[in-house]
Design a protein around this ligand. Structure first.
Ligand code: C5P
Length: 426
């Protein structure tokens, strides 16, 4: 088979990637709370990600931020009253909800949450939530309140019941509050809420799975100030961790030294050396059902790390550095009995490896798959993708080759996750 593989740089420069919320219509509901100021930024973020946004505000919300601001940001007139005459049938509470792919209440005050729970409907926002078709229009809630209000059994009871009634709780942040106290109950930051809304719309193809991912380079110390590492940014592995979480999996990410932000909902374990990465993986592999090794693990480490900085010798000769081989983490995991089980066998661990090559991708990826003893190996051109936000992947298994065309790393990660999910259930 002849396989042509290259990333056309000109094409990659001009390629337009699809935003995550393209085609989605969000009704953004604001109830009264100081966190309304964050709703302005959330509105922008949703629109930037491709959504159309219709803002509905309670009377109390309009005390904190003006409908003018929200209209300017959303590009649509804001609705605040159930008596609004702009709708032909005068039924804003029905019409607005019917058009939505989701209603996001941000901020959701303690009072508004209590109102929702009781099915009260004495203003447009609560009326619209009650009138929404529960099976078709999801309701996402981003609470915002003082820490005592948040911790109060009434609030916690109300939230538990709201979730039982089908609403999705987006959680709260912790920290300094406008009232001067510190604790839980802050509304999540706009970018966190955006990630949660985007995640909500992803198909839950990995629900019930526990995915362990390695990412980034490793750093092998030579002395206290120098070491051996590589150019891996960790972006691909972090994108896979995010995509797996979006797909409903419980995800642990073992990360080498990188400065990437931790994806929402992902448990992150920071390590430095290959040996630390191996220990962190082996401690958690027993619970995993999928292992994705994207880390660019250093092949060798200095046989001994000097206790103090190695000084230049007066002879002018460079120091002699003896190297020793690092453990092959993927290779060791792939040898575990659970990794040898076949599709459908109970307790199976599905292993996926990566190959960063500079040429002859298909040949090198196939050879590496056999050498590592894993069912799926993903090839990519290292120099073309290190540090970039985009990539192209080649999925190689025992019988087939599948190309995932040039795209953002997150889009590719989602495609890879969907591919893994199919293999788990094949
Ligand atoms: O052996 P090589 O580095 O080419 O293999 C790459 C694959 O093996 C990647 O999935 C990488 O994360 C994994 N690997 C590993 N431990 C090593 C070397 C590579 O897990 N010591």
């Amino acid at each position: 088979m002849v396989f042509v593989w290259q990333i056309d740089k000109k094409c990659s420069d001009t390629l337009q990637f699809m935003a995550d919320l393209t085609g989605k219509h969000i009704v953004l509901g604001l109830s009264g709370g100081i966190a309304c100021y964050k709703a302005a930024e959330l509105c922008r973020a949703l629109i930037k990600e491709g959504a159309t946004v219709q803002v509905v505000m309670s009377e109390a919300a309009a005390q904190f931020i003006t409908p003018v601001t929200m209209q300017a940001l959303s590009g649509r007139p804001v609705f605040t009253s159930q008596w609004d005459e702009r709708q032909d049938n005068n039924m804003a509470h029905i019409n607005l909800g019917r058009e939505a792919d989701a209603i996001v209440i941000a901020p959701a005050s303690a009072d508004f949450i209590a109102k929702l729970l009781h099915g009260r409907a004495d203003d447009l926002l609560s009326l619209m939530c009650l009138a929404r078709p529960i099976d078709k229009v999801p309701l996402l809630i981003a609470p915002a309140m003082n820490r005592e209000m948040w911790a109060h059994p009434a609030t916690q009871r109300n939230l538990a019941q709201l979730q039982a009634d089908g609403a999705t709780l987006l959680g709260v942040g912790s920290g300094f509050q406008a009232c001067g106290e510190t604790g839980d109950g802050r509304m999540l930051e706009p970018q966190e809420l955006l990630q949660d809304v985007v995640a909500f719309f992803q198909p839950k193809v990995l629900a019930g799975q526990f995915v362990l991912v390695t990412a980034g380079p490793t750093y092998e110390a030579l002395d206290p100030v120098r070491g051996i590492t590589n150019l891996s940014s960790g972006k691909m592995g972090f994108a896979i961790a995010r995509a797996a979480h979006e797909a409903g999996a419980q995800v642990t990410l073992v990360a080498g030294p990188v400065s990437q932000p931790t994806p929402r909902g992902v448990q992150r374990i920071d390590v430095r050396s290959a040996q630390e990465m191996q220990a962190a993986v082996m401690l958690r592999i027993g619970a995993a059902s999928v292992f994705v090794a994207t880390a660019a693990v250093a092949d060798w480490r200095p046989a001994e790390a000097a206790e103090h900085k190695i000084k230049k010798a007066s002879s002018g000769l460079p120091p002699f550095i003896s190297l020793t081989e690092n453990p092959d983490i993927l290779g060791a995991v792939a040898q575990l009995p659970r990794a040898q089980l076949k599709v459908g066998e109970k307790g199976r661990l599905f292993c996926v490896g990566f190959a960063a090559e500079s040429q002859d991708l298909l040949h090198n990826t196939s050879a590496k798959r056999e050498r590592k003893g894993v069912p799926l190996l993903v090839g990519n051109i290292g120099p073309a993708t290190f540090g970039q936000d985009d990539n192209a992947l080649l999925l190689v298994d025992a019988n087939n080759v599948r190309e995932l065309a040039h795209n953002t790393k997150l889009a590719l990660a989602r495609q890879l996750v969907a591919d893994i999910a199919r293999r788990l259930h094949a």
